[in-house]
Design a protein around this ligand. Structure first.
Ligand SMILES: [Zn+2]
Length: 125
């Protein structure tokens, strides 16, 4: 039995990463391509992870680690109202991954819905 944080992190990692997909297909216009992929995945009803690296760096309050800050938008068009999209930052992902914290409750709610609507995301890994 996975803890909530571990299970949610596995789901976060399993979501199709549109920016990585875009970078594999193109050397320029990756952000335009990411938007195009988002529209494609949306129209098929597939859940996604959209990413935008930010200009400023993050520093972890717990361990002091510095790194690139990234904004994520997670979407699941099959989710019930209120859990179809959520935003979070790499700072939060770092605290879950490295320090065993849980995601914030809106993010946990998103993942609960993701399990309900797309249970195969975890099984295929
Ligand atoms: Zn840390």
């Amino acid at each position: 039995m996975l803890s909530d944080g571990t299970r949610s992190l596995a789901l976060f990692d399993a979501l199709p990463d549109l920016l990585s997909l875009a970078r594999r297909r193109s050397v320029d216009d990756v952000y335009d391509l990411q938007e195009k992929l988002r529209r494609e995945y949306r129209s098929r009803g597939d859940a996604i992870k959209w990413s935008m690296p930010l200009r400023h760096f993050r520093q972890c309050e717990v361990c002091g680690a510095k790194g690139a800050e990234i904004k994520y938008e997670l979407e699941n068009s099959k989710a019930r109202e209120g859990a179809a999209a959520v935003q979070l930052y790499e700072s939060e992902v770092h605290r879950v991954r490295e320090h065993g914290e849980d995601f914030s409750s809106p993010v946990m709610h998103f993942f609960d819905e993701l399990v309900r609507t797309s249970a195969d995301l975890l099984r295929t890994r």
